[in-house]
Design a protein around this ligand. Structure first.
Ligand SMILES: C[S@@+](CC[C@H](N)C(=O)[O-])C[C@H]1O[C@@H](n2cnc3c(N)ncnc32)[C@H](O)[C@@H]1O
Length: 259
C-alpha cells in the first residue's frame, strides 16, 4: 500500500548486521544460517492468537515497540501489504520508575548502547528473513502524522512500560484508521482502576508502571473514537524463565471518522 507522504519522513536506512555478538534478542527466533536463537519471549506459532485473530491480508500495519521484530515479520508472512516497525529513537525516551539509588548511575548513553544491540538484532532478522518492513525510530508520545495512516496498529507489551499509556494510545490512534490491537497484562474489571506495579523495595523492576483494567481501556478507546470488539486472555512462553505468563489481547475498532 503506497503512502504519498512517505518521502517526507526520515525512515531508517537498513543496517548490515551479520554477527550474533552485536545483537541482543527479545524474541526467540528461527533464522536461516543461525537456526534457533533463544531470547525473552517465544511467540512462535502464536502470532494469530497474540494479535486477537485480526486479519492482516492486504492491510497496512504499524508494529509499535517492535524490539526484535517478530510481530512485523509475522505480519508480512500473513499478507500485510505494508509493515512499518517502530521503536524508540534513543534510550533516553524510555520511561523508568524514579528510584533514588539509580539516579546517579543511570547513564542514557550507556543504556543506548544496549538499545542499539536490540536494534541490531532486528536488522539481522530483517535481512535474513528477507523482510521489506520499513523502520521508523521516534517518540511514541508524538508520532508524526505523515507516517500513516495505517489500517492496523499492533501495540504488543509496550503500554505497561510507559508512565503515560493514554497519551501514547492517543498518539497511535491518530495514525490508525481501522483497528488497534493492544497486548498487555490486564485487570478483569469494568471499574476504571489501575494497579501500580512499582514497589520501593524492588528497584530491579523499574520498567513496568501500570496494569489497567478493562474498564479504563474501554473508556479511553471511546474517547479516541474506537470501540472494544474483544478481549481475549492467552498464556505465552517466557523463554528465559521457562514458564507461561498470562497476557490479554484487546482488539478495538474505529467507530468515528479519522480527525
Ligand atoms: C516488551 S517489548 C515488546 C516487543 C513486541 N512488541 C512484542 O509484543 O513482543 C517492548 C518494546 O517497546 C519499546 N518501548 C518501550 N518504551 C518505549 C518508549 N518510551 N518509546 C518507544 N518504544 C518503547 C521497547 O524498545 C521494546 O521494543
Amino acid at each position: 500500500m503506497s503512502n504519498d507522504n512517505q518521502e517526507e519522513i526520515a525512515l531508517v536506512e537498513p543496517r548490515f548486521v551479520d554477527s550474533l555478538d552485536d545483537c541482543f534478542f527479545y524474541h526467540t527466533m528461527t533464522l536461516p544460517q543461525f537456526g534457533e536463537v533463544h531470547a525473552h519471549w517465544d511467540l512462535r506459532g502464536r502470532f494469530n492468537e497474540y494479535i486477537g485473530g485480526v486479519n492482516l491480508e492486504g492491510k497496512s500495519v504499524i508494529d509499535v515497540g517492535t524490539a526484535t521484530g517478530f510481530l512485523s515479520f509475522e505480519a508480512e508472512k500473513t499478507g500485510a501489504a505494508r509493515v512499518l516497525s517502530f521503536d524508540m529513537a534513543h534510550a533516553s525516551q524510555q520511561t523508568f520508575l524514579p528510584f533514588i539509588e539509580k539516579f546517579a548511575t543511570r547513564d542514557p548513553e550507556k543504556h543506548n548502547l544496549e538499545v542499539e544491540r536490540w536494534k541490531n538484532a532486528y536488522w539481522l532478522c530483517h535481512r535474513l528473513l528477507g523482510s521489506k518492513a520499513e523502520v521508523f525510530y521516534g517518540d511514541i508520545f508524538n508520532l508524526p502524522q505523515e507516517l500513516g495512516p495505517f489500517d492496523v496498529a499492533i501495540i504488543g507489551s509496550v503500554l505497561e512500560h510507559l508512565n503515560d499509556q493514554i497519551t501514547a494510545l492517543a498518539s497511535i490512534s491518530r495514525l490508525t484508521r481501522e483497528t488497534i490491537v493492544v497486548v498487555t497484562p490486564l485487570l478483569e474489571s469494568e471499574d476504571r482502576i489501575a494497579h501500580f506495579e512499582g514497589s520501593s523495595d524492588r528497584p530491579e523492576n523499574d520498567f513496568t508502571w501500570w496494569t489497567y483494567s478493562a474498564g479504563i481501556y474501554r473508556e479511553v478507546f471511546r474517547m479516541l473514537g474506537f470501540e472494544i470488539k474483544s478481549i481475549s486472555p492467552g498464556e505465552y512462553f517466557y523463554d528465559y524463565g521457562q514458564r507461561f505468563e498470562k497476557r490479554y489481547t484487546i482488539v478495538a475498532n474505529r467507530v468515528s471518522e479519522m480527525p
